[in-house]
Design a protein around this ligand. Structure first.
Ligand SMILES: [Zn+2]
Length: 481
């Protein structure tokens, strides 16, 4: 049996979150929430004689993505017509880019397994317009909605550098995360604003030949991307092992059977009769424009993770969780900027606040606890006004009532007791009430230390300073030896 490896490239289409469409002033609307054909005009309906005008913001969003993916942005850009007929394309051509795309030669680093960093090439990033949307009815008819017609679309094509379904999944997930960080796409696959299509072939492991590939379309989640890629790799291996040949084709995904199926034999690029778009002048992008866009790029997740680990001593796991979504990273950084100790903030945020948010179904921008409010809570712990356990219950109260940590601690009398006389009295009481355990301790069962600490903490309703309790329990028990 030959051992194969996958040769996988991903073609990603991302709608850009601009206010208006790529070549007209129509609003970009939510395809699910807006009624059909409400955001249309003669330009995006393909009426004769209408002329497109390029959306500058869409170009800048595309430049953001190109720069974040380490691409070279080309100064001379040409739009091209991709000609084909379909009812969702009223002009019978799509304005796209072909020979002179916006950007080429980039890369994205992924870490499919711990410590194994792989650099995946990004072949090209180009701008185009989206098509309308067809809905097929039960009685065999079709409905068309042109709200989406002319919405700015970015095509991001990777090199076939991915070798497994796992790597394809990790690459797609990371690309989605970056698009969200850049505020150019919501990453919502279910709504179709982000579409991922793998092209897949296999080769004997260790060789570098490129074989006939198949393309899988209409995958509306990353889970399905993973399953479909895995299925396709296995299917092709079976075909080759049985002496068959791979056919270049487009395949779909059958969710019920969990398998891909042949849709149509794939057309080549020359079938589209690309030619330069005569209605749009060449687009010139100078260095000053590129540098202006670059200066506005946010710090990206990899850089944040490195900074959280190196500068603030966080674990890799925590750093990754905090940097996963920009809103979380910004909340966390606001708390640190307000004087919070990074590790203490990270702990309460990831372990306690996130749990409360999950239970209530709220997101960080909906809750009543502010970054400054959480910092105030950690300061009470630092000043030994309350201990860590009390802090957790105070946080629950803050979350539920919106009150400040100080208010809750004062109202409920939660301030910690560090007064050694009071604690010493409780320690002596615990020793008097548990003679059997005292005897076992004296016989060498050191673990019983914890038992006495627990007794004292309970007697003091959790408010005793644990450091002082430990010290006094040890001192009093040892005095009996
Ligand atoms: Zn329009």
């Amino acid at each position: 049996m030959t051992e194969y490896e996958g040769v996988i490239g991903l073609e990603v289409h991302a709608e850009l979150l601009t206010e208006s469409k790529m070549f007209c002033g129509c609003r970009v609307v939510d395809s699910v929430e807006e009624d059909p054909n409400r955001a249309v005009c003669p330009v995006c309906l393909g009426m004769p004689g209408m002329l497109p005008v390029l959306n500058r913001r869409a170009v800048e969003y595309a430049m953001r993505v190109a720069l974040a993916l380490n691409c070279t942005i080309h100064p001379h850009n040409i739009f091209a017509r991709k000609n084909y007929f379909y009812p969702d394309l009223p002009k019978a051509y799509q304005i796209s880019q072909y020979e002179l795309p916006l950007a080429t030669g980039g890369w994205l680093e992924i870490e499919p397994e711990l410590g194994v960093v792989r650099r995946i090439g990004v072949r090209r990033v180009h701008m185009e317009e989206d098509t309308g949307k067809l809905t097929h009815t039960e009685n065999g008819g079709s409905l068309v909605d042109y709200n989406r017609s002319g919405v700015p679309l970015l095509e991001i094509v990777s090199e076939p550098d991915l070798h497994s379904a796992e790597e394809a999944y990790v690459y797609a997930t990371k690309l989605r995360q970056i698009l969200r960080y850049l505020d150019v796409n919501s990453g919502d696959l279910e709504k179709g604003v982000l579409r991922v299509e793998p092209n897949i072939s296999i080769r004997p492991k260790g060789t570098d030949q490129l074989n006939t590939r198949t393309e899988v379309k209409n995958l509306n989640s990353f889970r399905i991307l993973f399953l479909a890629t895995e299925y396709e790799l296995e299917r092709q291996a079976n075909v080759l092992d049985n002496g068959g040949e791979i056919v270049q084709e487009t395949r779909g995904w059958n969710e019920a059977d969990k398998r891909t199926f042949s849709q149509r034999i794939k057309e080549d690029a020359h079938d589209y009769r690309y030619f330069p778009e005569p209605d749009l002048p060449p687009l010139h992008i100078d260095d000053a424009w590129i540098e202006r866009v670059r200066a506005e790029l946010p710090e990206l997740p990899d850089a944040k993770i490195a900074r959280y680990r190196n500068d603030w001593g966080l674990s890799r796991y925590d750093a990754e969780l905090l940097a996963d979504e920009k809103v979380t990273a910004e909340w966390f950084e606001a708390a640190v900027a307000a004087g919070g100790e990074p590790k203490a903030i990270a702990n309460l945020l990831l372990n306690n606040l996130f749990k409360l948010m999950n239970e209530s179904g709220q997101s960080l921008d909906e809750i009543d606890v502010s970054p400054e409010g959480l910092v105030a809570l950690t300061e009470l712990v630092e000043q030994q006004t309350i201990n860590n356990n009390i802090a957790k219950s105070v946080l629950v109260e803050m979350f539920e009532t919106g009150d400040s940590a100080e208010t809750i601690v004062r109202a409920k009398g939660l301030a910690q007791v560090s007064d050694s006389d009071a604690i010493l009295a409780a320690v002596q009481a615990a020793i008097d009430q548990n003679p059997a355990q005292v005897q076992q301790y004296l016989d060498g069962k050191d673990k019983l230390m914890g038992f006495f600490v627990g007794q004292v903490m309970r007697a003091m309703k959790g408010k005793a300073n644990p450091g002082v309790v430990n010290q006094l329990v040890e001192q009093e028990l040892d005095a009996l030896k």
